[in-house]
Write a protein that binds this ligand. Structure first.
Ligand SMILES: NC(=O)c1ccc[n+]([C@@H]2O[C@H](COP(=O)([O-])OP(=O)(O)OC[C@H]3O[C@@H](n4cnc5c(N)ncnc54)[C@H](OP(=O)(O)O)[C@@H]3O)[C@@H](O)[C@H]2O)c1
Length: 338
């Protein structure tokens, strides 16, 4: 008996969605086919993997026809509403959308608790961090976390080090598909803050509010070539880093440009790569690094989540409550660039 292909409803077929479809086509071991593909402009030229007769502007029809739904359109309003519509219909949903997870967490939380939502691609693209933080690393109580979470900023900072101007570097990041449609989300630090909020909730405190992280976010747009050069003279680098650490009896969650000495594990990450350093009381220091943006690395994580959703394996689990803040622990303090 031949196995029936599962029906995948795609909400969005842009950079990530079209790459996901290309990957899916190459994988004869994944029994799934697109049943509907939502786009904004049905007349746009698209790659052959975006099967023309599945393209539609009707999101409800895409959701209704699908076994599982992939939200790859971005934004918080319509995307959030459609994710909730699909979840309310009992469908598993895969998303790469960190903004919606950061900003509409409370509405999504009942479904997250049921393991119906999958979002490995939302943080560090294809480099696995959601899985480890909600799996193997749960055996240790977290002490602190520092991460480079935005591929565009990392790429721009790496280009500035080479003497390329800020505007040229941003343009190239957009051409390479690293930058968000609205680049201010990247360069003002909000994309990194969205991702850090998700990580902080999964590893430290499920109640961390987006607004409190947003209020402690600074981006890279005010950095000058002179600041970058000065850091390099000391053998270090300037990077946009998101941190969670204990201070004054509370978990502090912030994003800002920092000076990283050459020996710091995050200092080695250049171009669009992302990195994360986690410290746990039992496990010690764990360092994870890899591609943090781009069509194929992101599509890889979406495909991995799709495979998990098709097998009905639950998505990432939530902490039942905040992890107690360690009182005698001295956290690493990275030098914030003023
Ligand atoms: N690009 C990356 O490297 C990367 C990495 C990690 C996570 N992500 C996340 O992945 C998601 C998708 O990103 P992307 O780079 O693939 O975006 P994108 O290239 O702008 O694609 C968005 C897709 O959604 C469709 N769409 C958007 N708004 C719509 C609306 N109102 N109605 C119907 N269709 C709509 C667009 O239709 P048209 O094609 O007709 O315009 C397009 O197909 C975002 O949440 C992003 O943050 C991206």
């Amino acid at each position: 008996m031949t196995q029936q292909a599962a029906k995948i409803g795609l909400l969005g077929a842009g950079t990530v969605g079209s790459s996901f479809l290309e990957l899916l086509e190459q994988r004869s071991d994944v029994f799934a086919k697109p049943s509907g593909i939502l786009v904004r402009d049905p007349n746009k030229a698209r790659s052959a993997s975006v099967v023309a007769d599945k393209v539609t502007t009707d999101p409800e029809a895409v959701i209704a026809a699908a076994d599982i739904v992939l939200e790859l359109m971005g934004g918080t309003d319509l995307a959030g509403d459609l994710i909730l519509t699909a979840l309310a219909q009992g469908k598993r949903v895969v998303t790469a959308n960190k903004a919606v997870l950061a900003e509409r967490w409370q509405e999504l939380r009942p479904y997250l608790a049921q393991g119906l939502l999958y979002f490995e691609a939302a943080v560090m693209a294809g480099t696995p961090v959601i899985g480890p933080l909600t799996g193997a690393l749960r055996g240790s109580s977290p002490l602190e976390l520092h991460a480079i979470l935005n591929g565009t900023c990392n790429y721009i900072l790496s280009q500035l080090e080479l003497g390329v101007t800020y505007q040229e570097a941003l343009k190239e990041a957009q051409r390479l598909g690293y930058a968000e449609a609205d680049p201010s989300l990247d360069v003002e630090g909000f994309d990194a803050a969205h991702k850090l909020t998700i990580l902080a909730r999964l590893a430290f405190d499920p109640d961390i509010a987006w607004e409190s992280v947003k209020a402690r976010t600074r981006g890279i747009s005010q950095l000058t070539p002179a600041i970058i050069k000065e850091a390099m003279e000391d053998g270090g680098r300037v990077r946009l880093v998101g941190s969670v650490y204990p201070q004054d009896g509370a978990w502090q969650v912030e994003v800002c440009p920092v000076y990283l000495p050459a020996a710091h594990p995050l200092a080695a990450e250049a171009s669009n790569r992302n990195g994360l350093v986690f410290y746990g009381d039992a496990v010690g220091q764990v360092f994870i690094a890899g591609a943090g943006a781009g069509a194929l690395p992101t599509a890889s994580a979406v495909l991995a989540d799709t495979i998990a959703a098709l097998a009905a394996r639950p998505g990432p689990s939530l902490l039942p409550a905040a992890v107690p803040v360690p009182l005698d622990y001295q956290a690493e303090k990275l030098g914030e660039i003023a």
